[in-house]
Every structure is written in C-alpha cells, then in structure tokens.
Design a protein around this ligand. Sequence first.
Ligand code: PLP
Length: 392
Amino acid sequence: MEPSLIIPFHKADVGEDEVEAVSAVVRSGWLTMGPKTIQFEEEFAGYIGTRHAIAISSCTAGLHLALEAIGIKKGDEVIVPTTTFTATAEVVVYLGAVPVLADIDPVTLNIDPADIERRITPRTRAIIPVHYGGQPCDMDEIHELAKRYDLHVVEDAAHALPASYRGVRIGKFSPLTVFSFYATKTLTTGEGGMITTDDDAYAARVRLMRLHGIGRDAWKRYTKEGSWYYEVTEAGYKYNMTDVQSSMGLVQLHKLERMSETRRRIALRYNQEFAAIEQLDVPVEKKDRSSAWHLYPLRLRSESVSTNRDQLIRAMKEKGIGSSVHFIPLHLHPYYQERFGYRRGDFPFAEAEYGRCLSLPIFPVMRSEEIEYVIDTVRNHVNLASRSRVAF
Ligand SMILES: *Cc1c(COP(=O)(O)O)cnc(C)c1O
C-alpha cells in the first residue's frame, strides 16, 4: 500500500478529445447555444429513444422548467423523497408550491410508493421520483398511483444515465425526465442538463421558457438565417446550454456506454469483496432494472459493528481516499424544518440509512490498484474496529 496514494471521491473521465472539441468551438467563434447544441440534443434523443431532448443549463433548471410545463402553481403540493439533493425540492418552492417529503425503501434508498400514497392530499399535483445512485425507482407502482390520483410524474434522473427499468431506458418512461451533466455525474459538461420527452407540447413549452419566452429558434437571431425581429410571449428564463458545453457533451455521449460498463465493473468488484464482510451491507441491484452506478453506497450494519460511519470516513481520509454521504435527508436541514415544520423522527427509514451509509469512489478512470486499495482500506478498518470491540 502506498500512503501517498490519493484517490478523490470523484474524477471526471475527460481528456484530450474533450479539450479538442471545446477548442474547436472556441475557435469557431460561436460560443453560446447553436449548431453543437442542436446536434447534442438530436443525438441524445436518439440515444434515449425519445422524440425530443432539450438541453438546459442544469438539472435544477430543467426540473423547474418541467414543473412549469405541467402547470405547478402556488399552493400545489409535489411529493419528493427526503433522501435527495435539495435541488429536487427547491424547484417546487420556485413555483410557490409545497414540497411534500416521503420516506424511502431501506433496501434501494429510493422513494417508497406506499409512503407516497400516504402523503397524497387533494392539493397533490405531481411526484418527483429520484433514481438514487442510478437505480430506477419502482416506476410501475409510481405510475399506477399517478393514474389513480391523477398526478404528473417528473423524473429526477440526475443519477440515472444510462439506466433502465423493465427493459425501458430511463428518460423514456415518464412524460418528462431531467438529467444532470454536473461535474460529478455520469456524463459531464461541467454544468448542464437535458430534458427528454415524447410530448410535442411539453417540448415546445420548455424550449420557449428556457430562452426568455422568445418564440421559436430565438438563438438563431444572430445567425445568417435569423432575423433581428422577435416576439416575447412569456416571462421566460435564461436556462439554455452553450455550444462549448454541448461539444464536450457529444464526446462524453460517444463514450457513455464504455464509461458505464467500467462503473458496473467497479461496483461488482466492490460487491464481491464487501458482501463477504459480515459488518457491511452492499448495494442491491434489483433484477428487473439496471443501475447507472453513479454512486456506490456502502452501509455499515449498525447492530454488528463497533465502528461507525464517521470513523470509517475519517480512516479513509487518513489513507488518502475521498468518500461522501448521500444524502443528508432534506427534513434534517434547517430550511425544510423552519419553513415546512419537518422534524427529526419524521422519516425513520431515511434517518436510519443516512446514519450508516457512505459513498465510495466509483468513476471510470479509477485504476485497478486504486480499487483494490479502497477495498483493503475498508476491510482493514472494519476488522480493526471489530477486534478492538472484542478486546474491550
Ligand atoms: C446533482 C443533482 C441534481 C442537480 O443537478 P444540477 O445539474 O447540478 O442542477 C438534482 N438532483 C439530484 C438527485 C442530484 O444528485
């Protein structure tokens, strides 16, 4: 083992191909949304298999646009898991609506359909399932609830590229799905995102609203085919992607399958070793779905370990390994407590899993000796902690 080995929690798989693609755009002189973005949208829609893909500045912006497109208004309620990043819920607040939190399934850490149903009221308008770590939620159950109670489903697929559920690719399952291309995600443009839909009306609405509510092809007004004249039909937003980002996205899209296979290989290697360690629970991929393995969430069995999650994170850090925790449940944050009255104890499953989970490094450019070093470090720490417990 090399004490100097530094393994960050994440390192993007970007290299000379991305540098060249970005440089070409910079040299072309067309810096904002333009032909590269259109190409990225077309290729992305082709990859997912939807009629439309609309590039945006972030997944957060995309979720905002999606909720606007389905008509979420002041006073409406939208159900989201408490185990997620704040973006999933904050976009509900942007529209004056109320994010209603739901508990998770302790096996997958995804939103629990039974708990969604308990939280439905006459004001509920939509559900935002989050595919935690890249594993698809129970989409049939969620769509069944949506149908029964007449609710919209907008998927937060920030982790789920590429993932599939019962043979259907995530992005094609619900009327509106939003992906993230943030620096740590499975495809990155630094910042960015994509909305996919088969619905022409939704596509037209989010295209209009992502660029100031200016009529069709607003970006073309500075091109040869464009004209100086335009009409503003709505108070829209500034949520477009740029060609600099899209050129990088195209390179990333072309290597997505390879990056995804590498993630899966790392996850299986971790599972192989950690499943044999009594004090650890490894992530379970359900048989009818395929995860993007954006995260590798490892959990400590609280009843059998004298070690705890925070100690393991510290021990790994001392050995030069980065890790993280996904997620601090929203109801434990001051904002959601003060504004919506949530309290510790409200979501027992989310809290229990939060207390014992950590996310290990999993990224396509991880070298095999780095993977083995992470495995050895975790194993040594858990063994040491268990032995000291016995001695004590
Ligand atoms: C990263 C993330 C987002 C936000 O993505 P951005 O592209 O940074 O806006 C939303 N939801 C989840 C679950 C995320 O992990």
